[in-house]
Design a protein around this ligand. Structure first.
Ligand SMILES: Nc1nc2c(ncn2[C@@H]2O[C@H](COP(=O)(O)OP(=O)(O)OP(=O)(O)O)[C@@H](O)[C@H]2O)c(=O)[nH]1
Ligand SMILES: [Mg+2]
Length: 425
């Protein structure tokens, strides 16, 4: 395999920028552009030389197989200017390296068994994490929890199929039941358990979409601003102030919350702008995970909203009217009273109902779809069916599961997985 090169740090201006080489020629290439000899796993300070430039850099050589990719790896830590780093990369290419494809370093690491496919896919979760909840789940994925669970499913299915095949070959030798439903059911249970974490996994990854709705002037934008901690949305005493959908991301207790402020909904809006705003509000509330229904505590006029959706009712302006009906909580955007409680309740509403237990959560759509297909297929297995048919179904289920563990992946699937990575990873 050719020696690849990539920029490991983000493109921009920084103190340090890292260029990484991986492959058999890594050491030969660096020797042509660095003025000092390298010792394995030692940082060596020296000069990097290219056409029309020189930079002081720290260079580290990780000999195969004890490197990230399992190949010879050389890491050049130079000054972090994007042009300089690009020129260093070009120089390695002039000396024989080829530009790495997106995710190629990680792909090689998987090929050399330095990490499993699920760990490789989890790298993206780790790098893209924006909250503690994401980070925590990504760490569990990276530690191999998912791989262990999916491998257990795989083992159960291989076991079940082996028993069936043995029975098919020598039916007279076996007195155990021909269809090992126990193994099949165990695989199915692990699959359902894993699948039940997907919803929570999505919440961890994408955050909770909370749509603030209510009648005009209830104080939605004031509350939105109080929750965000910034004067993001315009507030006036004129009913119909907000006409656009305004969103802002916050995190609370490590969970991402996407807050959405909307136009006050009323039937008698006259201006075309407000009418459009109301139409947008009605449409966006449909896609929300939770509706935060804001009611003016002084008037108690409640908006008609879809009650089958998860919702939290708050009576705002409690500074003017502290006694509120029991179906909601008293809050005040003006004084900040109970604003924190709203966030606490919102997070509780999604985490209390989440069947997480002590399990790692599925966050990857590809993996979730494959597990769902395997689960649905196993569900259709009828112990009375012909053994050939059952064996074939198990084989198909195994092929879905194998696309997650890596035991049954083709080049095209790998291309697809790693194309989602950035260059240099
Ligand atoms: N006393 C008091 N006044 C508030 C409170 N929250 C909002 N207001 C006032 O209520 C009025 C309307 O506030 P907004 O936040 O613009 O209300 P809104 O629901 O976003 O209104 P629209 O965008 O027009 O639908 C403003 O004059 C605010 O100052 C509160 O907790 N207490
Ligand atoms: Mg508003």
């Amino acid at each position: 395999m050719r020696t690849i090169v990539g920029i490991a740090t983000p493109m921009g201006f920084g103190g340090v920028g890292i260029v990484r080489l991986s492959g058999n020629d890594a050491l030969t290439i660096i020797a042509k552009m660095f003025n000092r000899p390298l010792q394995p796993r030692h940082a060596t300070l020296g000069l990097i030389n290219g056409k029309n430039f020189t930079d002081t850099a720290l260079v580290i050589y990780f000999p195969a197989p004890h490197s990230f990719t399992g190949e010879d790896v050389v890491e050049i830590q130079a000054h972090g200017g994007w042009h300089l780093i690009n020129r260093i990369m070009q120089t390695t290419i002039e000396h024989g390296a080829v530009l790495a494809e997106p995710g190629e370093f990680t792909r090689r690491a998987v090929l050399k068994n330095k990490m499993t496919l699920t760990q490789a896919e989890s790298t993206l979760d780790l790098i893209n994490a924006e909250s503690d909840a994401e980070l925590q789940n990504a760490s569990r994925l990276m530690s191999g929890e998912l791989q262990t669970l999916v491998t257990a499913i795989e083992n159960d299915l291989v076991d079940a199929r082996a028993q069936i095949d043995a029975y098919l070959d020598y039916p007279e030798d076996l007195d155990s039941p021909a269809v090992p439903m126990q193994s099949i059911n165990r695989a199915k249970d692990t699959l359902s358990h894993l699948l039940s974490t997907a919803r929570h996994g999505q919440i961890i990854k994408n955050g909770i979409n909370v749509c603030i709705i209510g009648c005009p002037n209830a104080g939605k934008s004031s509350l939105f601003n109080a929750l965000v901690g910034d004067n993001r949305s315009i507030v006036t005493d004129i009913a119909g102030t907000t006409t656009d959908v305004i969103t802002e991301k916050i995190t609370y207790q490590g969970v991402k919350i996407n807050l959405i402020d909307t136009a006050g909904i009323r039937d008698n809006a006259t201006s075309a702008i407000e009418q459009q705003g109301i139409a947008r509000a009605k449409s966006v509330l449909q896609t929300a995970d939770i509706l935060l229904v804001v009611v003016d505590a002084t008037t108690r006029v409640m908006l008609d909203f879809p009650h089958d959706k998860k919702h939290l009712i708050v009576y705002n302006k409690s500074d003017l009217c502290p006694d509120v009906p029991k179906d909601g909580i008293a809050v005040s955007a003006k004084t900040g009273h109970n604003v924190d409680l709203i966030l606490k309740k919102l997070v509780e509403m999604v985490t209390v109902t989440a069947p997480v237990g002590n399990m790692v959560n599925l966050t990857n759509e590809r993996q979730t779809n494959l597990l769902r297909q395997a689960h649905d297929l196993l569900n259709t297995i009828n112990p009375q069916a012909s053994l050939d048919k059952i064996s074939a179904d198990i084989t198909l289920a195994l092929s879905y599961v194998g696309k997650i563990t890596g035991s049954d992946v083709d080049e095209r699937t790998l291309d697809e997985i790693f194309s989602r990575f950035c260059l240099g990873k």
